[in-house]
Design a protein around this ligand. Structure first.
Ligand SMILES: *Cc1c(COP(=O)(O)O)cnc(C)c1O
Length: 392
């Protein structure tokens, strides 16, 4: 035990200790944090669906009708009709032949890459991809080449070099919206490369699904290339306000995953109270209300980001509802987050290994139901706190 205590002390000394806080109430614009009301600026509940009365009711209804647990893995005790309905809805939403639900985005990314690729294969992975993609690459035992963030020319150089000794399948894997930077992957250019080099393109649209594009189909719709993406990974826990994840793809890909993907095969499937609200969430995303929420989110994003930009802060190239503010080293980042919290604003400081060394940041996330006035005040407070720190 002593050695673990020493490890924790060492983390604390470097400003790198992580700890948990207690939140009361649904993930709305304001929450009670350790008993005190704060403005919530770090939730991925972008459309404000996590506390939506229709989703809450759908959860209760599904549990009352179908029970609280699914009982086993779907290969063991069967799929519920709700699993199948949800997968049909997701496939229609992304425009693919089929879809498969996973228990989380983490399970999906590890399970997709492990299920579809092996030691003969090659994965080209963006340098800023989510940790679950990195772990999926490891689990797959495929050779993985990491290309510099968003750098299509560097990626093509790698592909050219590899081409003569190619053996197995090739994959290009990228976040659609990068989770810690809020910028978009250059999807059209990646589509060109995947066609030129006969690779499969996998897009993790955890932060784009429900949010981007007129219909909320995600970063593929936003960039006009939805139908060229081979593997659409998305999560149900962020804009969709619930829990779980999915991949939408061609039928043979889904069938291979059912046969090989260990997180799918060896884990109890999502329960009714999770599946019911997910179906309702897709209905809402597809409705006029969903469209209104997307418009409000885009407006709120501008309200919050414009003054930060005007103050000369480095927003890491963000163009979305994820608005990082670069701060550099761990301790000043955590000090700024603490100062913000004192002023009633809850923003997380992000440190390695979530981001590269020296690239710590405050990661603010905007929601559709934030009050624009609150966002203006929060932005002004942020500018003030960071300016004061720059002076000392
Ligand atoms: C959150 C996230 C995941 C993991 O999804 P969970 O459902 O939270 O496990 C995967 N990829 C990206 C890019 C994410 O931001």
């Amino acid at each position: 035990m002593e050695d673990y205590r020493r490890d924790l002390d060492a983390l604390a000394q470097r400003g790198m200790l992580r700890f948990l806080r207690t939140v009361d109430g649904a993930q709305g614009p304001r929450v009670l944090l350790d008993g005190r009301e704060v403005l919530l600026l770090c939730s991925n509940n972008y459309l404000g669906l996590a506390g939506h009365p229709r989703l809450c009711r759908a959860a209760a209804d599904a549990a009352l009708k179908y029970g609280s647990g699914s009982g086993a893995s779907r290969l063991v005790s069967g799929s519920l009709a709700l699993h199948e309905q949800l997968e049909q809805r997701i496939a229609a939403f992304k425009g693919t032949a089929a879809a498969l639900v996973f228990n989380s985005g983490y399970a999906a990314n590890t399970g997709i890459l492990q299920g579809l690729s092996g030691p003969e294969d090659l994965i080209f992975s963006d340098a800023l991809n989510h940790a679950s993609i990195i772990d999926g690459c490891r689990l797959s035992r495929a050779r993985t080449l990491v290309y510099p963030h968003g750098d299509v020319a560097a990626l093509e150089d790698l592909m050219k070099k590899e081409q003569p000794r190619r053996r197995g399948r090739w994959f290009i894997v990228t976040d659609g919206v990068f989770s810690m930077d809020g910028d978009l992957a250059p999807l059209n250019e990646l589509v060109t490369l995947k066609e030129r080099y006969d690779a499969l393109l996998m897009v993790d649209d955890a932060h784009g699904t429900g949010v981007l594009g007129d219909g909320g189909r995600g970063s593929g719709e936003e960039q006009g290339c939805l139908e060229h993406i081979d593997l659409h990974m998305g999560t149900l826990g962020k804009a969709l306000g619930g829990f779980g994840a999915f991949v939408a793809a061609a039928q043979p890909i889904i069938d291979v995953l059912i046969n090989r993907s260990r997180p799918f095969i060896f884990s109890t499937s999502l329960p009714p109270a999770v599946l019911g609200p997910a179906l309702t969430a897709f209905e809402l995303v597809d409705s006029e209300e969903g469209r209104r929420r997307r418009v409000a989110l885009r407006r709120n994003r501008e309200v919050f980001a414009a003054p930060l930009r005007a103050a000369g802060l480095d927003l890491c190239g963000s163009t979305t509802q994820i608005v990082p503010i670069l701060t550099g080293a761990p301790q000043p980042t955590m000090d700024a987050a603490a100062a913000l919290l004192e002023r009633g604003i809850f923003v997380q400081g992000i440190r390695p290994p979530t981001v590269p060394e020296g690239r710590c940041r405050l990661r603010a996330t905007v929601m559709a139901d934030h009050d624009p006035q609150d966002l203006e005040t929060a932005a002004a407070t942020l500018v003030e706190i960071l300016a004061r720190r720059a002076q000392v």
